[in-house]
Design a protein around this ligand. Structure first.
Ligand SMILES: NC(=O)c1ccc[n+]([C@@H]2O[C@H](COP(=O)([O-])OP(=O)(O)OC[C@H]3O[C@@H](n4cnc5c(N)ncnc54)[C@H](O)[C@@H]3O)[C@@H](O)[C@H]2O)c1
Length: 356
């Protein structure tokens, strides 16, 4: 389209999450889907037909297209790092799905290569953009909670065996298929974003309802934050039919609870006029992934994509920087280490352990 000022995106991977990116761009005045690549030719053909964009034979071919300014990496978790380095070295910006990588070493390499290439790297942890999350964060920073005493994430979700069978990587621990690094990563990230960093983690992992799968479908952790608060992470994909996540923050002077994407409880000793409006933030009608991987809205993705465009246009960093996600990955890795060693693990991790 001539005179189209929208920034061009290429998608690497046209699996489950790709349509959410494509729909977000279809709804956006800032971003445009130029094309996609996938090793699975049938999947790619179906995707480009539906979203009317170019099909590239490979990432290399996508990187040669001058219309592509940002590459969104939507491949399985263990493949993110290799693609991100290639994209950055080609001088294109990187938007990478969560988790950005499988180790801190990989994250540091991605950071270094993107900085050297002068390109932006943003991470898709779209829950951070929710109004409810932003309200809780602002209120914490304003000090209205007083001392934070507790901060918890409860994710009682369901994923069928068919979901795990749908792609080979979904059953591989070292490819990032377990509930901790795959689904719960979003909510560990929210706790980290709101109340982190974390001082100590004690985790327990099990497989409750997906027999013969070599990954955890359930994780529990007790957490001590550096600011002295305590917390619990309870995450599962075993709990049919799956209910909305809960993020709970309790301070000396107030309590906030988000359920799904909406504020469920908002109570402070210093009630303010804006509180009544905040109590209506978010909607129970918006699906947030509880019952299936595709039971999800695309508006949070749109917010992340549009923030990336604005960051590139203005030269600022994206809202969800790789550096801000590093401690989330460290926390998730610490949970795996703790479960493996059957012991509490202190953070920051003294050195990179081989978690996998
Ligand atoms: N933000 C969210 O809410 C959310 C939700 C689901 C998945 N994700 C993330 O998105 C990523 C993809 O997950 P998914 O569920 O779509 O996986 P998927 O398996 O459905 O899709 C991945 C696609 O990548 C393709 N692929 C693999 N290697 C490739 C390569 N070298 N070049 C081109 N294509 C390649 C595969 O053929 C497949 O079609 C993961 O990192 C996952 O954690 C994020």
């Amino acid at each position: 389209m001539p005179n189209d000022s929208r920034l061009g995106f290429g998608l690497l991977g046209t699996g489950l999450i790709a349509p959410f990116h494509a729909k977000a761009m279809r709804a956006s005045n800032l971003a445009r889907l130029v094309g996609a690549a996938d090793l699975d030719a049938a999947r790619l053909a179906k995707f480009v037909a539906e979203f009317k964009c170019k099909a590239y034979a490979s990432l290399d071919e996508m990187l040669l297209d001058p219309e592509v300014h940002v590459v969104s990496i939507l491949t399985p978790n263990h493949l993110h790092v290799e693609a991100a380095l290639k994209v950055a070295r080609a001088g294109k910006h990187v938007l990478v799905e969560k988790p950005p990588a499988m180790s801190l070493r990989e994250v540091d390499k991605m950071q270094k290569v993107c900085a050297a290439a002068g390109v932006k790297i943003g991470v898709v942890l779209q829950c951070r953009t929710r109004r409810a999350v932003q309200a809780i964060r602002k209120t914490i920073l304003e000090g209205r909670f007083g001392r934070i005493l507790h901060a918890d994430a409860y994710m009682k979700w369901f994923r069928s065996f068919a979901y795990y069978q749908s792609d080979a990587w979904r059953m591989q621990q070292r490819w990032g298929a377990g509930v901790t690094i795959q689904q719960a990563f979003h909510y560990i990230d929210l706790l980290q974003y709101l109340v982190g960093p974390v001082k100590q983690v004690r985790a327990h992992m099990t497989n409750l309802a997906h027999p013969n799968m070599p990954i955890e479908d359930t994780a529990l952790a007790f957490v001590t934050y550096q600011n002295g608060a305590q917390g619990v992470v309870q995450a599962s994909t075993a709990l049919w039919p799956g209910t909305d996540i809960r993020i709970e923050v309790n301070g000396e002077f107030g309590t906030a609870i988000m359920v799904g994407e909406r504020i469920d409880t908002w109570k402070f000793k210093d009630e303010r006029p804006e509180d009544e409006e905040i109590r209506h933030y978010g909607s129970a009608a918006v699906a947030t992934g509880a019952t299936g991987a595709a039971a999800l809205g695309f508006h949070d993705h749109q917010a992340v994509i549009e923030d990336m465009v604005a960051a590139i246009a203005s030269g600022r960093e994206p809202m969800i920087t790789l550096a801000s996600v590093r401690p989330t990955l460290e926390w998730a890795l610490a949970m795996y280490l703790s479960a493996k060693q059957d012991a509490a693990v202190d953070l920051p991790l003294a050195e990179e352990h081989d978690v996998w």
